[in-house]
Design a protein around this ligand. Structure first.
Ligand SMILES: Nc1ncnc2c1ncn2[C@@H]1O[C@H](COP(=O)(O)OP(=O)(O)OP(=O)(O)O)[C@@H](O)[C@H]1O
Length: 245
């Protein structure tokens, strides 16, 4: 890998505009996700974080601007092609099948073939509950276990970049710790991660860099530590919506 390659961000958004119905939701989003890092996507409720992730993965279409993955323009690719190119997505609503077992949910998530058993064993060390409830219907799991399954489905095949939308939302502290550890392990394996997270303690623990959105565009980008060390900046950028632990 050349120095030039490693310096290229794994993901770049250039002036992305996305409309939902008649609403102009993204209004010129610029975003750079460095390779091998956890990049936090932060901001108040309703500023466009989920829409940004959904535009990257192709659920919504940018009508202006470009999405570059590993230097390739993926703006107009269909979602399955974007996933095959190396992007994993964990939606906020989890996207699991309640009337299928944990095993069936995982099997369906491994789109390129049978589940890699070594990777599955690793997954069980990260999320032991999945092994315990392997034969149970996903619909009977607790909220935290469902969230673990949702992340495990995205992680079961190796991807260069994972987009993860509010994985700790509504979860108990012990499960939040498990989630944070899983994301850290993904990064340690060399993946890049773009993470939407409202829990500031988690953002602080995991984030290398951060981009803050306001009203459909980026209002600040920089190192996470520069944000954590500056309470005035946090207040100005994110106001009271952030849970400042
Ligand atoms: N399907 C939709 N139809 C109409 N408006 C939508 C739809 N999805 C999102 N929006 C609107 O787009 C704006 C941005 O929503 P988005 O979910 O991207 O924000 P967010 O920053 O992720 O917020 P949150 O933190 O609350 O999840 C909001 O005003 C929202 O109401």
């Amino acid at each position: 890998m050349s120095d030039t390659h490693s310096a290229t961000p794994i993901l770049k958004l250039e002036g992305v505009f996305t409309n939902i119905a008649q609403y102009h939701i993204l209004q010129g989003v610029d975003l750079s996700v460095p390779r091998g890092e956890v990049t936090m996507l932060l901001g108040r409720n309703g500023v466009g974080k989920t829409t940004t992730l959904r535009t990257i993965i192709g659920h919504w279409r940018a009508h202006k601007g470009r999405v570059l993955f590993d230097g390739e323009d993926i703006t107009k690719l269909p979602t399955p092609a974007i996933a095959r190119a190396g992007l994993g997505f964990v939606p906020e609503d989890m996207g699991i099948f309640g009337d299928l077992t944990v095993e069936e949910n995982m099997t369906l998530a491994a789109v390129s073939g049978p589940i890699d058993q070594a990777r599955l064993q690793w997954m069980f060390t990260v999320f032991p509950a999945l092994e315990t409830f392997w034969k149970k219907d996903a619909g009977t799991l607790s909220g935290g276990q469902k969230q673990m399954l949702s992340i495990a489905r995205a992680m079961i095949e190796e991807r260069a970049l994972y987009l993860i939308d509010e994985p700790t939302k509504g979860l108990a502290p012990a499960i939040i710790t498990t989630m944070a550890r899983a994301i850290k392990e993904l990064k340690d394996q060399g993946a890049s991660i773009l993470l939407v997270e409202q829990n500031f303690a988690v953002a602080k623990a995991l984030g290398d860099s951060a981009s803050v959105m306001d009203d459909g565009r980026m209002s600040w980008s920089g190192q996470m530590r520069d944000l954590t060390q500056n309470a005035d900046l946090q207040e100005r950028l994110m106001g009271l919506s952030i849970e400042a632990h």
